[in-house]
Design a protein around this ligand. Structure first.
Ligand code: URP
Ligand code: ZN
Ligand code: ZN
Length: 475
């Protein structure tokens, strides 16, 4: 007699990046072991009764417990961050091990492992942030870390404590090329932002809403073009993160038309928020929606929706960067309302990413279910070397699944599981939410959160399967 499955999800409407079909899913030892019709009962059973079942989400851009200069502190660590991920249907997160200038990259990675140890409820990998590309980093640390499974890194063109100049960006892109890593670029023109910020400050315009005026689209457009030109010079693909609207999209379409390999990411804030959310008057409430690039307008939202539907975007991430509104560690550093230049950038979104896109994208008729799966799970797993173990419903894949409930409800921060004291989407009506989230075959969310702190595993990433595989360079 054959051994019973540990768990069977019966009567699922399975959705993958390529197909939707009716099937049962048999799970043993944390993995999918059979997909078929009328599987026998398992040790445990879930009747999905015609409900949509997707791969668990892969959030490939989120910030958890990233070291900050005091008094700033991120509200979510690996406990609360991965708790909220699981309750929102995300079963793998890829936050950032960020190098502080002057610090070794390896020390940043070791510190970040300590921050994650024993806390994660879902599986996780790390991107690197390279802020100080010394000869040691370029020649030794970065290539070695890439070879050890940290196969992607982010570089910034803005933020004083993180930004690289063009020469430094060329240096790290050359490492990406030689070592087969995915380079993610935050594209905004730092000097132009500083120039505009000083002008606004001189005119007394320091309320949160002026953050948007200090970062108009042309600042993102110029930097996006420059980043792609630098990548062209080195002959390496790049992934432009958090693309916010038309002008950057046009640059990416143009580059692709020239034959350049450019991947693009966008985020919920560019579909669901506008500059108005930063404030119509000088109220400090707008601080809650300060992120960079800033949300644009409704016309730009349409451009982003079109880019999701037509393949311009490769991945859809949250860019969860969690800061509380109250207290002195978040949006009011030191407990006071400060000029916009000092308000930490970023908004929470790990838990709401999947449901927002499912509700408005799939059920709103803007994207197919297959496209939803591709953007939220399959492509992020491919882009960062975790596919097919993650982001797919296939035999051998980890049993990370979401059983969807399609029902209307009003989103309240009180019902979320992050440690942030607000959601930018408070009061929005959604049409779906994960009914059940499975991580490695464990029910981690079924309307109740079932903690599994420390059972989330660190994942060593393979080279991206979206990148051309080149023979490794001799050093
Ligand atoms: O405003 C943002 N996006 N904060 C998070 C850091 C980053 O640049 O992604
Ligand atoms: Zn960024
Ligand atoms: Zn980010």
């Amino acid at each position: 007699m054959t051994e019973a499955f540990d768990l069977v999800v019966h009567n699922a409407r399975v959705a993958t990046a390529s197909d939707c079909f009716a099937a049962d899913i048999g799970i043993s030892r944390g993995r999918i072991v059979q997909i078929g019709a009328s599987l026998p009962k398992g040790v445990r059973d879930i009747d999905a009764a015609g409900r949509v079942v997707t791969p668990g989400g892969v959030d490939a851009h989120c910030h958890l417990d990233q070291p900050m200069t005091p008094p700033l502190r991120m509200a979510d660590d690996f406990d609360t961050g991965t708790r909220s991920a699981a309750c929102g249907g995300t079963t793998t997160v890829i936050p950032f091990a960020a190098q502080v200038k002057g610090q070794s990259l390896r020390a940043a990675v070791a510190d970040y492992h300590r921050r994650a140890a024993g806390k994660a409820h879902v599986d996780y990998a790390f991107h690197l942030i390279v802020s100080d590309p010394t000869p040691e980093v370029l020649q030794n640390e970065l290539p070695q870390l890439i070879a050890e499974g940290y196969t992607s890194f982010k570089v910034y063109m803005t933020y004083d404590d993180l930004k690289l100049n063009d020469g430094q960006i060329l240096d790290v892109l050359a490492v990406a090329r030689n070592s087969g890593a995915m380079a993610m670029i935050h594209a905004e023109n730092s000097d132009a932002i500083e120039w505009l910020t000083r002008k606004l400050e001189a005119a007394g315009r320091t309320a949160p809403r002026f953050h948007g005026l200090a970062r108009p689209m042309l600042i993102e457009r110029e930097a996006t073009h420059r980043a792609m030109a630098l990548a062209e010079l080195v002959d390496v693909p790049i992934l432009v993160v958090h693309v916010s609207g038309r002008e950057a999209v046009e640059q990416i379409r143009w580059a692709r038309a020239q034959g350049l390999k450019v991947f693009a990411e966008t985020c919920p804030q560019y579909l669901f928020l506008t500059a108005d959310d930063l404030g119509l008057d000088d109220s400090y409430q707008g601080a809650r929606c300060i992120c960079s690039p800033p949300p644009r307008d409704r016309a730009n939202q349409e451009v982003i929706w079109n880019g999701l539907a037509d393949g311009l975007f490769t991945v859809f991430s949250s860019d969860h960067a969690p800061f509380c509104m109250e207290g002195d560690e978040g949006k009011k550093p030191g407990g006071t309302e400060v000029p916009f230049r000092h308000i930490p950038n970023g908004i929470p979104g790990l838990e709401t990413r999947m449901a927002l896109l499912y509700s408005e994208g799939v059920l709103g008729g803007r994207i197919t279910l297959e496209k939803f799966v591709e953007l939220t799970a399959t492509n992020p797993a491919k882009a960062y070397g975790l596919h097919p173990r993650k982001g797919s419903i296939s035999v051998g894949a980890d049993a990370d699944l979401v059983v969807w409930d399609e029902r209307e409800f009003v989103l309240r921060n009180a019902d979320l599981h992050h440690a942030v004291d607000y959601t930018p989407y408070e009061g929005r009506t959604l049409r779906a939410w994960p009914g059940i989230t499975l991580v490695g075959g464990d029910v981690v969310w079924d309307g109740q959160f079932h903690p599994r702190a420390g059972q989330g595993r660190f994942l060593h990433c393979q080279p991206s399967s979206l990148l051309p595989q080149r023979p490794r360079a001799q050093s």
